[in-house]
Design a protein around this ligand. Structure first.
Ligand code: ZN
Length: 235
């Protein structure tokens, strides 16, 4: 029997699953504090999780089923080799228990090790569907709600305010288009004298909109076919 110094279980037994999930999340976020972890292995682990997600987290479905099939890089045989099992004494009682320990293979192939940890963890569905949606964060996390897309309330606040800002800009853009189109109709009905005074329809629209609509905006909107130029064209 070996002493109870398993690096996987240096936490109270009841929280091992969560403890291991935190390890997996840290690994997905590129941390290598527990085990040497090259960039290539990080990419392999991310690919493993992405494949699992694509399959609806159902190991029987493709593409994930292919990744864990016989002779595949993450075959069940390979995943099983990421651990060795030791019979250890139980702290605080006279019995013993089985404990898993990273194998030598795990140290040379950390992506396999983390994949095996995730695959067998009862809390695996709590892993985020992807990195946090806040562009400046992009960290993997453990979900506390079903469809959680950001790692924290703070990130959620940022993502929401950015979305609100985009929505606001979109509304302003649409209002400018509407105003420009109204002024184009006005130009079509304007007298020759009025037209001459402004020189061109774009000048007319810019001036009449009190510069809410710039000539640059008009040109871009016409090119994007968001705005119709006056009938009969003209400058
Ligand atoms: Zn975040």
């Amino acid at each position: 029997m070996k002493s109870n110094n398993n690096i996987l279980t240096d936490a109270p037994p009841h929280s091992n699953n969560l403890w291991e999930m935190n390890w997996i999340v840290a690994a997905l976020n590129g941390a290598d504090s527990k085990m040497p972890f090259s960039k290539a292995h990080h990419q392999k682990l991310v690919a493993f999780v992405e494949s699992w997600n694509k399959s609806g987290r159902n190991p029987l479905r493709e593409p994930f089923s292919k990744l864990i099939a016989e002779d595949a890089p993450f075959s069940l045989e390979e995943l099983a080799r990421a651990f060795t099992w030791d019979l250890v004494s139980r702290p605080g009682d006279s019995g013993a228990m089985w404990e898993k320990r990273p194998s030598e293979l795990a140290y040379s192939n950390p992506s396999l090790f983390y994949a095996a940890l995730l695959f067998a963890n009862p809390l695996r569905m709590k892993l985020s569907d992807g990195p946090c949606q806040r562009p400046a964060c992009q960290r993997w996390f453990i979900k506390t709600r079903e469809n959680q897309k950001t790692c924290s309330r703070r990130c959620l606040g940022v993502v929401r305010s950015v979305a609100a800002m985009k929505e606001q800009r979109k509304r302003e853009h649409e209002e400018r288009l509407e105003l420009a189109q109204q002024l184009i109709s006005k130009w079509e009905g304007a007298s020759a004298k009025e037209k001459k005074k402004h020189g061109s329809w774009k000048e007319f629209v810019e001036s009449k909109s009190k510069k809410n609509v710039s000539k640059k905006f008009i040109t871009r909107a016409v090119n994007n076919k968001e705005l119709r130029s006056p009938k009969g064209g003209g400058k």
